[in-house]
Design a binder for this molecule. Structure first.
Ligand code: FMN
Length: 358
């Protein structure tokens, strides 16, 4: 599955063309809207109050509620553009945003709100991800779940995620399923918002019912593609799978995942590998974490320089997220679905060919 996204933050809208979606799959706008509603701004006081419904329209590739096997095009119109909010940013690049690097690269840039670097672009990823998710769920029951596992220095304790679903995550606006931690995270985010500041955090993602054998050695290893997908999300700063960086503090004897019989397949007793060995899924849940920075646009005064190098003080106006984590959960899920969808279709083709040749 290949996607091409288009559109800017304060232009007419944002969309995506999805190539490679198999024909004959039931698909409606409602299938996609569910995830877009979890990403859209203004869901709670913890997020930006830009007023968008982010209503998706299927423009091509679906007839009578079923995919045709040709490119599927999805479009979401922008409704609440306020380019005027970005007047002060015409001459001053926001520290740690993309204004300076886009200007250097293209010699020009979108005049308002980050253009392609804006998180509005992630609408397209979430929409395409919802389609990919339907493919992988129907083909083999793969189930993807992400949640906010830390905000700033506050970590949610480990818990048994074996049976929880998205409804359990969405009970709390912050999208951390651990009630006590969720309340404390929400209070931290509100305090940062009141100060005009921002906070980062970590999203954990698990993929259940993943068949063994997905991932394309040697360059397109499953973890390599997941890392690429996650680090392409705006504001991400880190990716770790399984034991991750913490695993470096263990010995091999502690870290190895011993094999055990699990029904008609081999499984592992522990899952420090995070469900991937040699770049190929081993049938255990894929478990990974993604780090998001505290976002760049803050209301506090910051000393910086303008595009000409003259010292100035920047106090951003406009509507911004004090912490992107709650809205980034469906983005992580969507990008994961696109990677798994691509790898699953590739492996299905290989298995069909191998079967025919034997
Ligand atoms: C859901 C989401 C919402 C975001 N909202 C904002 C925001 O309100 N203000 C901001 O400065 N950055 C926001 N960002 C991050 C910027 O898009 C990002 O920092 C910018 O494109 C620069 O890219 P980089 O941080 O990956 O280097 C958001 C990111 C995500 C995923």
């Amino acid at each position: 599955m290949r996607v091409t996204t288009f559109g800017e933050s304060h232009g007419k809208g944002v969309g995506v063309v999805i190539d490679g979606c198999p024909a004959g799959m039931p698909l409606t706008e409602e299938d996609i809207q569910v995830q877009l509603d979890r990403r859209r701004p203004g869901q709670s006081r913890l997020t930006t109050d830009r007023g968008e419904t982010d209503t998706v329209a299927i423009l091509s590739g679906v007839e009578n509620g079923r995919t045709l096997g040709v490119p599927v095009t999805l479009f979401v119109a922008n409704k609440d553009q306020r380019p005027g909010d970005y007047q002060s940013l015409r001459t001053v690049p926001r520290p740690s945003h993309a204004d300076y690097t886009y200007q250097v690269k293209y010699g020009t840039r979108s005049s308002s709100g980050g253009g392609r670097a804006s998180a509005r672009e992630t609408i397209a990823r979430v929409a395409a991800g919802a389609v990919a998710e339907k493919v992988i769920r129907q083909l083999c029951g793969i189930d993807i779940l992400a949640w906010v596992s830390s905000v700033g220095s506050l970590d949610a304790p480990g818990f048994d995620w074996g049976t929880i679903g998205r409804a359990d995550v969405d009970v709390h606006a912050v999208r951390c399923p651990h009630a006590e931690t969720a309340d404390a995270m929400a209070a931290m985010i509100m305090a940062a918002k009141d100060r005009g500041d921002s906070l980062g955090g970590v999203i954990t993602c698990v993929c259940r019912n993943v068949p063994a054998g997905l991932g394309e050695p040697v360059f397109d290893k499953m973890e390599a593609l997941l890392a690429h997908a996650m680090l392409s999300i705006p504001a991400t700063k880190g990716f770790e799978i399984g034991s991750g960086f913490g695993g470096t503090r263990m010995r091999g004897s502690e870290h190895n995942d011993p094999f055990v019989r699990k029904g008609d397949r081999l499984g592992t007793q522990t899952n420090n590998s995070g469900g991937v060995q040699g770049g190929i899924t081993n049938g255990e849940p894929i478990v990974f974490r993604v780090a998001f920075k505290p976002v760049a646009t803050i209301g506090l005064a910051q000393k910086t320089v303008d595009f000409d190098g003259n010292e100035t003080v920047l106090e951003a106006r406009g509507r911004h997220d004090p912490c992107v984590l709650p809205r980034a959960v469906p983005i992580v899920e969507g990008m994961t679905a696109l990677v798994l969808g691509d790898m699953l279709l590739m492996q299905k083709m290989r298995e069909t060919a191998q079967h025919a040749l034997r």
